[in-house]
Structure formats: C-alpha cells, structure tokens
Write a protein that binds this ligand. Structure first.
Ligand SMILES: [Zn+2]
Ligand SMILES: [Zn+2]
Length: 346
C-alpha cells in the first residue's frame, strides 16, 4: 500500500499535514477514500486543550469524526458493500457483545472505539479503514458534505426520538450550534407544531429561521422567559432541548418547560455540576432525559436527508481543503459569530 496525507495533531495547538501509510482494511473492514469531514466542538477541544475530561491526547492524533467517502477496497468477509460505493461513516464502533449492544443501546457500551478520541485516529486523512457494518450507503441524491453531516444529524434525531416528540408540540431549543440546528431539523421533520430557538449569535438565528424555526430569540437583547412565554400563550413549551451546554441554559430548561413537559439535555455543560431546581422539576413533573450520541439512527438519517424534507445546505458555512485542517479548526474555535458547520474536503 502507498502513502497518504493526514492532518495530525502533534500537541495542543499544533497540526501538521504528514505523509503516512495508507491503512490496510482488516477482516470485516472497508477502506474508505475520505471526501468530506465535519469539524466538531470535540475536535476543537482536543486541538486547543489536548483533552476532554478523562480523554487526553498523549501521542499524535488524527482528528475528525464526521465523515463520508468512497469505498475503495474491502477486507476479507465483506459482502454487503462494494467497491465504488459512497458511504457515510459512523464514528463509534461498540463491542457488539455486551447487554447494551445486544439491547440496541450500543451508544452506552463501555467499550466503544470512537474516532478522534485518544488513542483512536479520526478522518482528517485521505483514507480510513473502518468496520463495514458501521458505514452506510449514501442515497444517490446526497453528496459527501451531506454524508458528513449525518453524524450531528443522528444526534438531533436521537434526541427527538428519546423525547417521543408528538406532532404539534411546541419545542424550545436552547443553543443554535450545529447540534441545536440538527435538533431543529429533526423536530421539524417529526411534526413539531412550533419551534423556538435561542442563541447569542444573530447569524445562527438566521440559519435557524432558514431551517424552519418559527421564533428566534437572542438572549443578549431580550428576556428568554418573556419571549418564550409570549410565544407559547404563557404555557411554556412541551419540549425543551438544551444544546448550548451552559449552566444557565441547563437551569433554564427546567424553568421554561411547561408542566408535565419533557426536557432533553444534549449540550455538555462547560461547568459541572451545575445547579437546577429539583423542586421545580418535581412540582412540574418534568421528564428529564440525557442524550449521549445515538444508536441505530444512521440509515434513518440518510433516508430523511434524501427525502428532501430537511434542508442541510444552510448549515455549511465554511469549507477548507485537508491541507488547511488547522484553519478549519481555528475557524470553529474563533469565529463563533459566523461559523455554524465547517467542513474539511479531502
Ligand atoms: Zn460531532
Ligand atoms: Zn457493548
């Protein structure tokens, strides 16, 4: 096998494009020629700080876990996918043997190999070898950029599934980053009657409006509780999706939801533990649900995107070639006001 280019995180703050060996697909794996990779908040944490909680970058690491590409070689025993197929790549591969895996909640498996989480390399590279049962054929009308977006879309869809969203519900989404926007698309597709989204950046509110938000609120200029109350006839939303990851919005999620409503927490709070009113949650009989990644969502995410019922295009605000992976990460880290989803095209 020959060599390929990969953008390698050497140490916090330093990315270098290097030549390295093209990986060889093992039994049950496929070799994917990577075409598009989304930059995620977690990539930026590893790039800037070298760690997320207990995961620490101790040796050079290839970042990127939201990828799509073309299958160019098959390992032994792979029959359901053929060379030349275009695929979205699911970045987390669980053990397949534990109770969570057998029960269909493999996102909770304790033994997951997840791309771009130390020490597992990610997809800012020309090629990756990956288990064939965790790559999914892209519908013909979807491009590689959309294929890469299936990862954050899967998170938004998993949140809406866990919430058991009922058609007609009023949904409040706190935070208009990529995950909040994906939750918006999923909620819209699931039949939400009214969607409200908050963010401090007007650019993100514009994107949310284009994706189908009915009301957008900038907490820097208006009181969120007043605006939500006005938009919901004083009732409060049936479902609040916390996707901002701040202590204040976590607290707000309980405060703002209607009595008997559902709260979903996706954003990782930058400060933890954070304070919420248990009394309020009890008094309102709130259902509180945590969301960790997704399980068994990719095929449906691809079908939903292919159906034309959601429009992913407004999400992609920046594109960079692999050689500029560093600029792509810097853009996500530093241009919060203009960047929603940043793609690396390989
Ligand atoms: Zn991601
Ligand atoms: Zn497992």
């Amino acid at each position: 096998m020959g060599t390929m280019k990969a953008a390698v995180l050497q140490r916090p703050g330093e990315i270098r494009v290097e030549q390295m060996r093209i990986p060889e697909p093992g039994p049950g794996e496929v070799l994917v020629r990577v075409r598009a990779v989304g930059v995620c908040g977690s990539d930026v944490h590893y790039y800037k700080e070298g760690r997320i909680g207990r995961y620490v970058v101790e040796k050079p690491l290839i970042l990127g876990h939201e990828s799509a590409g073309e299958v160019v070689a098959l390992g032994s025993g792979v029959s359901h996918i053929s060379v030349g197929g275009r695929v979205a790549v699911e970045p987390g591969v669980p053990c397949r043997r534990c109770g969570y895996c057998k029960g269909g909640r493999y996102n909770l498996c304790a033994d997951v190999t997840f791309m771009a989480t130390p020490p597992v390399d990610g997809a800012f590279a020309e090629y990756i070898a990956w288990p064939a049962d965790f790559v999914y054929p892209l519908a013909e009308n979807l491009g590689y950029a959309e294929g890469a977006l299936m990862e954050p879309l899967a998170v938004g869809m998993h949140a809406v599934r866990r919430a058991r969203l009922v058609p007609g519900w009023t949904v409040l989404i706190l935070g208009g980053g990529p995950i909040g926007q994906m939750a918006l698309l999923a909620a819209r597709a699931a039949g939400a009657g009214r969607i409200i989204l908050t963010d401090l950046e007007d650019r993100r509110l514009d994107v949310a409006s284009r994706l189908g938000a009915d009301v957008t609120i900038n907490p820097g200029r208006a009181s969120v509780s007043d605006a939500v109350s006005a938009a919901t006839d004083e009732e409060g939303p049936d479902l609040v999706i916390e996707a901002a990851g701040t202590a204040a919005t976590v607290r707000q999620s309980i405060e703002l939801v209607r009595r008997g409503g559902t709260v979903v927490w996706i954003g990782l709070p930058s400060q933890d533990p954070c304070e919420v009113s248990a009394l309020q949650a009890i008094d309102k009989e709130v259902d509180i649900l945590g969301i960790f990644r997704y399980a068994n969502v990719y095929p449906d995410a691809i079908r939903l995107a292919a159906s034309g019922k959601i429009n992913l295009a407004p999400l992609v605000t920046h594109r960079f070639p692999l050689e500029e992976a560093r600029q792509a990460l810097d853009t996500v880290a530093e241009q919060k006001s203009s960047a929603v989803k940043v793609l690396v095209e390989v």
